[in-house]
Design a binder for this molecule. Structure first.
Ligand SMILES: Cc1ncc(COP(=O)(O)O)c(C=O)c1O
Length: 425
């Protein structure tokens, strides 16, 4: 089975994601089956329990969104082949990663599916903006925040013939459920004492993760539901706030006005999937026979410090991955998780997509509204090694030769040895 291209990616769980799809309609661009990497002893001691990062940044467009797009675009391919639709314009609002994934998968269909993406101007990283541009999508920058872009794509999909690729699209969620299936498989289907930690923005991801585990439980593939912890920054925390009220009947959802956040892709004040969150959290807790979904709120400072610390210990976590670690530590402090449990943290994108925040931290240039003050122990900057008395240095197209090169090598290596306090052999 593993030699069938359609089953190499998320459609390895074909029966759970889209059994109506014939395998030759499935698109595989290398998504899914992302690494699950255990944290070293140092991080484990810091968190107070054993944990792993699942690196969803190692998907083709460098975020978990590829799971949902592989599924949604496979379905579109099926509809086109059946003659149900033609000349599809796929459209989405995005905090950066949805558009990167949508544009990538749509570009594979040359001629059959075009894509257009709406981004909040200045609220996506340069790397994220480069992605849909590179894939050839029509990219529109809109004033405001993600929630405003979402309203526009909703209006477009109500009034025009377009395919909406946001997580309102059920095929997106079906694809993203593969994240849970992979975790279950990775841990030999033993979900007892496991804790799955995910960041929340538009809440598509957490609902997919919950729904995936429920399906595996219902079919008897797993016998326990893992604990779920949804994490939000205090700068974009509508879901956390909603669940602050312990009594379900008294809870009232209120959208929040978001503030700048380093977990920028989750900077959403009015999550589209909130009704699904409410329904699925309730169903999950009932099936578990106890409260098994928890919410945790963290500061911007904690997110940055945790991301940088994780990455100084062998990981490639994005800021949202840092948010998960901060959320886990918080959950351990408040007693939501216990030291004998094992956590799996979602690094939803690759660290490089959000390296601008790392730069701001290292150069101490965070605008005050982020409320992040760099910890000198975590700062790292390059050092220029250019002894002032060195007359000749190589330049592109002008290499040094002979004695000049030997002198250059001697001086620079001596300087580095001094800076690093190296002992002579
Ligand atoms: C990297 C990253 N992490 C987390 C999220 C939040 O996921 P969701 O919006 O499904 O809650 C997003 C969504 O845009 C994202 O791109």
């Amino acid at each position: 089975m593993l030699n069938i291209p359609a089953l190499k990616g998320i459609y390895r769980y074909h029966e759970f994601i889209g059994p109506v799809l014939p395998l030759d309609a499935v698109i595989y661009l290398g998504e899914g089956h992302t690494p699950v990497v255990e944290a070293n002893d140092r991080l484990r001691a810091m968190a107070g329990l054993r944990f792993y990062y699942k690196n969803d940044g190692q998907n083709p467009s460098a975020s978990f969104k590829d799971r949902g797009m592989a599924s949604a675009l496979s379905y579109l391919q099926y509809l086109i082949r059946q003659g149900h639709v033609e000349d599809v314009l796929a459209i989405c609002a995005s905090t950066g990663d949805t558009s990167a994934a949508a544009a990538l998968y749509a570009s594979y269909f040359q001629g059959k599916v075009k894509s257009a993406v709406l981004l909040p101007r200045g609220k996506v990283t340069p790397q994220q903006l480069a992605q849909p541009l590179g894939s050839g999508a029509a990219v529109f920058e809109i004033p405001g925040v993600f929630d405003d872009c979402m309203k526009i794509v909703e209006a477009l999909s109500e009034n025009y013939r377009v395919a909406l690729l946001n997580s309102k699209n059920a095929w997106r969620i079906l694809g993203q459920e593969s994240y849970s299936y992979e975790i279950a498989q990775n841990f030999e289907y033993d979900m007892a004492e496991k804790v799955v930690v995910v960041p929340i923005g538009n809440a598509g991801n957490i609902t997919a993760v919950i729904s995936g585990f429920l399906k595996f439980l219902d079919t008897g593939i797993i016998t326990h539901l893992p604990k779920i912890i949804g994490v939000q920054s205090e700068h974009a925390n509508p879901v956390y706030k909603y669940y602050l009220e312990p009594e379900a009947e008294k809870r009232k959802f209120e959208a929040v006005a978001v503030r700048p956040s380093v977990a920028q892709a989750a900077m959403i004040g009015n999550p589209v999937s909130m009704p699904r969150v409410i329904h699925l959290v309730d169903a999950y807790n009932k099936k578990s026979g106890r409260q098994n979904v928890f919410f945790s709120e963290v500061t911007e400072q904690e997110i940055m410090d945790c991301q940088l610390t994780a990455n100084r210990n062998g990981h490639v976590a994005c800021t949202h991955g840092g948010e998960c670690l901060a959320g886990l530590i918080r959950a351990r402090q408040t007693g939501q998780v216990d030291g004998h449990e094992t956590a799996i943290l979602d690094s939803t994108a690759h660290a490089l997509k959000f390296s601008g925040f790392q730069d701001m931290y290292f150069q101490n240039q965070f605008p005050p509204e982020y409320e992040v003050v760099p910890d000198p122990k975590l700062i790292n900057t390059p050092q220029l090694v250019r002894p002032a008395d060195l007359k000749h240095v190589p330049e592109p197209g002008k290499p040094l030769y002979g004695d000049e090169l030997a002198h250059f090598v001697r001086r620079i290596s001596a300087e580095i040895a001094t800076l690093l306090d190296l002992k002579k052999i």
